[in-house]
Design a protein around this ligand. Sequence first.
Ligand code: HH2
Length: 279
Amino acid sequence: MSFLRAGTHRLSLARPLIMGIVNVTPDSFSDGGRLDDAQAAIRYGFKLQEAGADILDVGGESTRPGAAAVPAAEEIRRVLPVIEALAGHGCVVSVDTMKPAVMRAALDAGAAMVNDVMALRASGALETAAASDAAVCLMHMQGEPQRMQQAPSYTDVVEEVGQFLQDRVAACEAAGIGRERMVIDPGFGFGKTLVHNLALLRHLDRLAELGLPVLAGLSRKSMLGALTGRGVDEREFAGVAAHLMAVARGARLLRVHNVAAMRDALAIWNAVEEQQDGT
Ligand code: HH2
């Protein structure tokens, strides 16, 4: 697992990778609709790339707890011009969607990765990803976005999330998706209480032992608010700390809003990790 294959791209995993979030939604909790405009989203994507993003994750439907579902045609209308422009300029673009129709349109427009919070469980999703050469991010979620935070419950959250991800990896392999195209993700905040999220972060190394690159998405999440008392726009420092803890436990991809802050933190991380002890 020294690289991730995503379409024509081959991304080295020697250092942790930064996935920058480009929301094209009027209701995303973190952008509040500021990017509900293709041109603004495209400019924002280039800005994130300049700031050090290795992958740009373009999403047209918020998955925040209780968010309303968006029809596929509307989701496609939002993300397609953004994906076309960013991929057309050589950016590694991921599409954040659960819907096979959106995946197909995004892949045709140049997306090199499918980031699916349902881990390709929607009817037709697995086949769509398998028919492409894109990378896939398989995320764990208990329940579905509308009701997932109502009563999350596990006997052993780390064990159950690990088992789920192993099952989805096996399903992907059976469908013809090679392991060099796969990323796994515990899905922080997706059908999980604070205690569940903390257990998953503390034991992230057990998921890394599955032998696939692990993505951590902690940016601005409510667990950071619960621990710091901070509002959604004030969680940058907590997010950087949490992501570095994830890296220390084996995470190889970090899905973040503030790319520049994460890049600086990783500059320190990489320098210390790669230092040759000498005189
Ligand atoms: N979290 C969100 C969306 N997509 N994908 C992966 N792989 N992992 C995550 O943790 C993850 C994700 C949260 O989505 P949303 O509530 O829409 O907010 P934002 O996209 O601003 O993070």
